[in-house]
Design a protein around this ligand. Structure first.
Ligand SMILES: *[C@@H]1O[C@H](CO)[C@@H](O)[C@H](O)[C@H]1NC(C)=O
Ligand SMILES: *[C@@H]1O[C@H](CO)[C@@H](O)[C@H](O)[C@H]1NC(C)=O
Ligand SMILES: *[C@@H]1O[C@H](CO)[C@@H](O)[C@H](O)[C@H]1NC(C)=O
Ligand SMILES: *[C@@H]1O[C@H](CO)[C@@H](O)[C@H](O)[C@H]1NC(C)=O
Length: 381
């Protein structure tokens, strides 16, 4: 029993390594993507490969085949060979279980004399569009009549989903006789997958001759990296755009206090006792914080009234605007403290300070009652 397992493990290892090498030597983008999938569920694939031969061989057969629609789903692992929860999740995910549809005649720039009709196709499950091995998407705009190897080209009457949208349903339109949606064909389901490609659950169109289109202008989208999205203003010219993202923060934190009493109007409180000043964005000489980068900041500031029956107001001033108050007012012979917080988006160079507008605030060298502090929570590039 044990010896059997060792032999199996060695066999798996040999198969995995030989396949992996083969993968990285391939030029076709589609095969490379497939290879990435292979590494994702190595174990499952290895077991499947033991039965079915190398993944790549199958991929090549699928691409080479002209009558692609007769091929089954890409992955058909044995249900009894589940290895992990993640793998079982992928079992039901169309991003890992689609049929390759690599038919150049579907491109938006082809005109053929032989007109196809997708109504004659037995659609089953999910499909991914390719153009000579390169990932491609459906058009999101009206396609001229007699393109895409048919009479009435079918286009997606709505935007492709984002990844967080999951599976969405979209209407499909067929262009005919100057009406971009002369044929309101049966809706299809669409999903965006990791790796910047889409899978479509095509259905039988309403009539002949209608066929699903592959937008030749979206060939560029297959080249986008994972941290890029494919964008277009006019839905004709597409480009890869690096996603905006919050980068790891530079460390910006400060905390300071005023070590004495304040009375009446004090334009800028000069918090001279600085306990923390990471990033040196707070100026102890002026009491002013200057945002060193664009991002989301949080501030806090506090006061404590002296026993005076005066209204005491401290204001947080951001770029000249009074945005938040720390207010105290006591009538009885007593004191009270107040702490206010404020969170905001600041551009680089924004100026923040605290003004003592009225009343009397009390502090001494160790009381920490008149304080001002803040942090950069997230940088925005
Ligand atoms: C369609 O576009 C592709 C990619 O730009 C090109 O290789 C092909 O020759 C074009 N086909 C026609 C018929 O213009
Ligand atoms: C995007 O990802 C690539 C690797 O796939 C990396 O080299 C590049 O630096 C990333 N770009 C950004 C802006 O994060
Ligand atoms: C603290 O400040 C808030 C806002 O100005 C005010 O409503 C509240 O009464 C103050 N607390 C005390 C104890 O003065
Ligand atoms: C500051 O005030 C507190 C509270 O009244 C007091 O206990 C402390 O001794 C004072 N410290 C200094 C340095 O004056």
């Amino acid at each position: 029993m044990h010896i059997k397992m060792v032999v199996l493990a060695v066999a798996l290892f040999v198969i995995l390594s030989s396949c992996a090498v083969e993968c990285w030597n391939t030029n076709s983008e589609m095969e490379r993507l497939r290879c990435e999938q292979t590494t994702l569920h190595q174990q499952q694939d290895a077991l499947a490969q033991m039965r079915l031969g190398c993944h790549q061989d199958r991929a090549k057969k699928e691409v080479a085949g002209t009558n692609i629609l007769t091929y089954g789903a890409v992955d058909e692992e044995d249900d009894s060979l589940h290895v992990s929860e993640e793998d079982s999740r992928k079992q039901g995910d169309p991003c890992f279980h689609y049929t390759v549809l690599d038919q150049a005649w579907r491109a938006t720039n082809t005109t053929t004399s032989y007109k196809r009709c997708d109504r004659n196709v037995k659609w089953n499950g999910w499909y991914r569009l390719f153009y000579n091995g390169k990932s491609i998407q459906m058009p999101e705009r009206c396609v001229p009549v007699d393109k895409c190897g048919t009479n009435s080209p079918l286009w997606l009457a709505g935007p492709h989903p984002k990844r967080r949208d999951g599976i969405v349903t979209r209407n499909v339109c067929g262009h005919w006789k100057k009406d971009c949606c002369a044929f309101k064909s049966t809706p299809i389901q669409v999903k965006k997958c990791l790796g910047n490609y889409y899978v479509y659950k095509f259905t039988q169109p309403t009539s002949c001759r209608l066929a699903y289109c592959a937008d030749i202008n979206t060939l560029v989208c297959g080249r986008c990296r994972r941290n890029q999205s494919c964008v277009s203003q006019d839905k004709i010219n597409w480009r890869c755009k690096t996603k905006k993202r919050i980068l790891s923060n530079p460390q910006i934190h400060f905390f300071a206090s005023y070590p004495g009493q304040l009375t009446g109007k004090v334009n800028r409180i000069k918090y001279s006792k600085v306990l923390v000043n990471m990033g040196r964005a707070f100026n102890r000489g002026t009491g002013v914080f200057t945002a060193p980068v664009k991002g989301v900041y949080q501030f806090f500031f506090s006061t404590q009234t002296a026993n005076t029956n005066l209204k005491t107001d401290l204001w947080l001033v951001v770029n000249g605007y009074w945005v938040a108050v720390s207010h105290t007012h006591v009538f009885r012979p007593s004191t009270v403290g107040n702490l206010s917080t404020y969170m905001t988006f600041l551009r680089k160079g924004a100026v923040v300070y605290v003004t003592h507008n009225s009343g009397r605030s009390w502090a001494n060298g160790s009381s920490m009652t008149i304080t001002f502090g803040g942090s950069l929570l997230a940088q925005w590039k």
